[in-house]
Design a protein around this ligand. Structure first.
Ligand code: DC
Length: 226
């Protein structure tokens, strides 16, 4: 039996999972694991090799040759490595989001990554965020949070983020992307995004970052004491 503590945070894209999970991990002194980054790394390899990300056989053939590494830099950031190359920035490209979403729907990819994620939680106290952490990866997690926000609020935050970076951003297009990704992530057969029965729902539609973090800390303290 593992004596490590685990906090599972699941929810749709743009709900603030990574920012909040990272802040929560820092407050608690736990390791933050962004599982979406791992799926993105597989998606990046599919993209680079010209592999159709929807073709399970072709993507599965890539997996044995994939060396995915995760390391924490002095900047405190989770760096991702693909066959030794630092791909932390490359996996954030817009195109790679689509590849990641497609490869993450493939049972062969999910099976390949499952044990790897569980091993991290066996060896460390973790705050792990993703889509199926509370339901599939760490069903025994001591605290489970389903973090969400209205699609319009998530699209607005993404729009603001791009705007601040000086990138061209079209709100309607972003909202469309958000709705399409939600549809793909919640309706796929393999580990669809859904709230675990014992997860606490946290809706951040009306909350700013500070208020959202306070809400999460409150949930975690209550659950850890229960
Ligand atoms: O959280 P993110 O947007 O970086 O995740 C990228 C993709 O990976 C997203 O489409 C959902 C998928 N994903 C998943 O299926 N399961 C996880 N545990 C994490 C991410």
């Amino acid at each position: 039996m593992s004596t490590q503590k685990s906090i599972a945070i699941d929810g749709p894209s743009g709900a603030g999972k990574s920012t909040l999970a990272k802040a929560l991990a820092k407050e608690l002194g736990y390791l933050y694991v962004d599982t979406g980054a791992i799926y993105r790394t597989v998606g990046l390899q599919a993209c680079r090799t010209g592999t159709n990300p929807e073709e399970e056989g072709a993507v599965a053939a890539l997996l044995p040759g994939l060396e995915i590494g995760m390391q924490y830099g002095p900047d405190g950031l989770q760096h991702m490595y693909l066959n030794g190359e630092d791909v932390t920035d490359a996996i954030r490209q817009h195109e790679i989001s689509r590849y990641a979403s497609c490869v993450s729907a493939l049972p062969a990819v999910r099976a390949f990554l499952l044990e790897r994620q569980r091993a991290m939680a066996r060896e460390n106290d973790v705050v792990m965020d993703g889509r199926d952490i509370g339901t599939v990866v760490l069903p025994q997690a001591g605290v489970k949070i389903f973090l969400t926000a209205a699609p319009e609020a998530r699209a607005r935050r993404r729009w603001q983020e791009l705007n601040q970076r000086g990138e061209e951003a079209d709100y309607d297009g972003i909202l469309q992307d958000v709705l399409e990704r939600d549809q793909r992530d919640t309706t796929r057969a393999a580990s669809p995004l859904r709230q675990a029965e014992d997860a606490v729902l946290a809706d951040t539609t009306e909350l700013d970052l500070e208020q959202s973090l306070a809400l999460l800390m409150h949930i975690v303290k209550e659950r850890l004491q229960a």
